[in-house]
Design a protein around this ligand. Structure first.
Ligand SMILES: Nc1ncnc2c1ncn2[C@@H]1O[C@H](COP(=O)(O)OP(=O)(O)OP(=O)(O)O)[C@@H](O)[C@H]1O
Ligand SMILES: Nc1ccn([C@@H]2O[C@H](COP(=O)(O)O)[C@@H](O)[C@H]2O)c(=O)n1
Length: 270
């Protein structure tokens, strides 16, 4: 069986909504397989091998929701690398470091101890023993994280941490972020790049931050993506061998099923 072509884009159509039709969407990556068209037949499970899955993409494309669900469903660990960059940003802000000064950030990048819990049903994040899961989602950290994550000393520290977490995942791991497939884990077994229109992503985020203005939310997303894509060190980018999944017209359930199918195919050696 031929492997999916490298870098192929999977766009699942509006018409694929609903559990019964999901397969039409998911069948896109399976067109090289000997399954009946329009069917998402279960892939035979061989002996489960540890599997490393890299999921990248811009803000609000569904990386965290998808990665957690896929990892939980398949018994894999889960790592939210954005939470790590947010955690180090929180530490910088809390300790009065000037976010506009990359050399000030670089000088202290090695100081905070960041610990990530990798249970997809209960992911945790602490800095020097303090639970920061709440504070790192605030507007202050969100508006500053791109400046901190652009500093090479921050990236090398966090990348090393991410690699060691992935290496110690016994059953395998789903790691989500911006540069996992390109830099952190270039040998990942499966690389997914999630996309969605800025409008869809803003609508999702506005729904989350009840009452947030759609236009302001969209502008903030677009700005953060632009900063993350244009930094010199390890920018947000799709790996050449990643499968791109456009989630604009898909429900979260459809995206999860699509990714689970791709992982199972990989595990089955297809
Ligand atoms: N396919 C989808 N359809 C509708 N809503 C979705 C879909 N995927 C995710 N969402 C919702 O969109 C919001 C953002 O999703 P999520 O946090 O998973 O995105 P993300 O890519 O991890 O974002 P970020 O990079 O900013 O952390 C959540 O409220 C989630 O429930
Ligand atoms: N691999 C990554 C992951 C994240 N970042 C930076 O962290 C920010 C927050 O990410 P969220 O997924 O929690 O929204 C993001 O905007 C990036 O600046 C990164 O650089 N590399």
């Amino acid at each position: 069986m031929a492997r999916p072509p490298r870098g192929r884009i999977v766009r699942l159509s509006e018409g694929s909504r609903g559990a019964g039709n999901l397969v039409r969407g998911v069948s896109a990556p399976r067109t090289h397989h000997s399954t009946a068209p329009g069917r998402c037949s279960p892939v035979e499970n061989g002996a489960a091998q540890p599997v490393i899955v890299a999921i990248d993409g811009p803000s609000g494309t569904g990386k965290s929701s998808t990665s957690k669900a896929v990892a939980a469903q398949l018994g894999l660990s889960y790592l939210d690398t954005g939470a790590q960059y947010r955690a180090i940003t929180w530490w910088m802000v809390t300790n009065g470091i000037d976010i506009q000064d990359p050399s000030a950030i670089a000088a202290v990048a090695g100081k905070p101890e960041i610990v990530s819990g990798t249970d997809p049903k209960d992911p945790t994040i602490t800095v020097d023993g303090t639970d920061v899961a709440g504070p790192i989602r605030g507007q202050d950290v969100t508006s500053k994280v791109s400046a901190v994550s652009a500093v090479p000393e921050v990236r090398s520290r966090i990348t090393e941490l991410q690699r060691s977490i992935a290496a110690s995942a016994v059953t395998g791991i789903v790691v989500e972020g911006r540069d996992i497939g390109t830099t952190v884990l270039p040998d990942a077994d499966l690389k997914i790049f999630l996309t969605a229109s800025a409008e869809a992503r803003a609508a999702r985020r506005s729904g989350e931050l009840k009452g947030a203005d759609l236009h302001t939310t969209r502008e903030a997303l677009v700005q953060r993506d632009a900063a993350d894509s244009s930094r010199k060190t390890s920018p947000l980018a799709k790996a050449g061998d990643a499968v791109e999944v456009d989630t604009t017209e898909l429900t979260l359930t459809q995206v999860i099923e699509c990714v689970v199918t791709l992982v199972e195919e990989k595990r089955a050696g297809k």
